[in-house]
Design a protein around this ligand. Structure first.
Ligand SMILES: Cc1cc2nc3c(=O)[nH]c(=O)nc-3n(C[C@H](O)[C@H](O)[C@H](O)COP(=O)(O)OP(=O)(O)OC[C@H]3O[C@@H](n4cnc5c(N)ncnc54)[C@H](O)[C@@H]3O)c2cc1C
Length: 305
């Protein structure tokens, strides 16, 4: 069955949108801001915080970046109006960084102005390796301009991550630590899971040592154990860290962390651009792709197991 799952995941672009949508419901709040607000409200009721992401990273025109900024302004207004326990996560590609640096400076300034007015934190997601230098540069520029309520992401599969963390030490940044989701070549990124995991735990140690607030973003039981061990060993207070997970993933582990008194934030994507996001999530976890495909086949061939 594993080969079947991988085959389905690899051929996802050929899978009808309707089929992808069926499973996308697990990973996205919906297409509208109202959907996102309802999801965040539900999470808050369960004791989880949220970070809201407006889907829209694949853009080619400046107006699309401006539109993304407008969507973020609306989302920030809604978070404040609803007194939701949520912040926002932004992708610089969605705000136009691959079109023009001046454009992203302008759209990001709009988002930060709105976030600042409501005192809401903004996390800048990290994307493919071609954007890392520029993203770190934008981040440094913002901090230099006095925007302290902004955070960054470090990917443990990148060989450069340790050096990046060391170079950021003077800013004591708020860092979300992830494994990394984009396909990167071997010369710049670890490929084997044991290496990626070892790097993750080294970076976590390094960030804590440097005094950073760390968002431990993973569903991997081994990394969760390693992080809990470090929190315990170092006697880290709740003001030094939080856990983060994706909507629709590892809900049992999420419940346990909250029950044990840890702060936990769920990544809540919403918007019309749900297709690309969902395909990436499905490729990440082929067993789900296979599951959906089997489900669909079953509706056509009822006897299939
Ligand atoms: C809050 C948050 C923000 C993120 N932001 C970024 C970012 O800015 N840049 C970036 O490159 N990456 C980002 N990521 C993605 C991250 O890099 C990983 O690709 C992703 O978290 C999966 O890695 P993992 O640590 O959970 O370990 P894995 O070994 O991939 O997964 C561990 C287990 O978790 C479960 N699981 C993981 N993913 C899924 C899934 N999609 N569906 C169902 N089950 C799953 C499975 O049971 C799996 O065995 C983010 C992740 C989170 C949680």
């Amino acid at each position: 069955m594993k080969a079947f799952d991988r085959l389905v995941a690899a051929s996802l672009p050929a899978v009808p949108r309707l089929v992808v949508r069926k499973i996308a419901d697990r990973y996205i709040a919906g297409e509208t801001l109202e959907d996102a607000v309802a999801t965040v409200r539900g999470l808050n009721a369960l004791g989880a915080m949220a970070t809201v992401d407006v889907l829209g990273e694949f853009i080619s025109r400046p107006e699309e970046a401006e539109e993304t900024a407008t969507q973020y302004e609306r989302a920030l207004d809604a978070i404040a109006a609803g007194q939701l326990d949520a912040n926002v996560s932004v992708k610089l590609s969605a705000l136009g960084i691959e079109i023009d640096r001046a454009l992203v400076d302008r759209t990001l300034a709009r988002v930060l102005r709105s976030a600042g007015r409501h005192r809401i934190f903004v996390r800048i997601d990290m994307e493919h390796s071609g954007l890392i230098d520029e993203t770190l540069d934008v981040y440094r520029g913002l901090r230099g301009a006095g925007h302290d309520d902004v955070g960054i992401v470090i990917q443990s599969y990148m060989r450069r991550a340790e050096a990046d963390v060391a170079a950021l030490a003077d800013l004591t940044p708020s860092v979300r630590l992830v494994k990394g989701i984009y396909l990167e070549p071997e010369d710049i990124a670890y490929q084997a899971m044991p290496e990626i995991n070892a790097s993750y735990l080294r970076l976590l140690e390094q960030l804590v040592e440097q005094g950073s607030y760390v968002a431990i973003a993973t569903h991997d039981p081994a990394l969760l154990d390693g992080a809990l061990n470090l929190i315990d060993r170092r006697g880290l207070g709740r003001d030094r860290y939080e856990f983060q997970m994706l909507l629709g993933v590892a809900e049992e582990a999420r419940r346990k962390l909250i029950a044990d008194g840890h702060r936990l934030r769920v990544y809540v994507p919403y918007g019309r651009a749900w297709y690309a996001y969902s395909v990436r999530r499905l490729k990440e976890n082929p067993s789900i792709a296979g599951y959906v495909a089997r489900d669909v086949v079953r509706t056509i061939v009822p006897g299939m197991r």
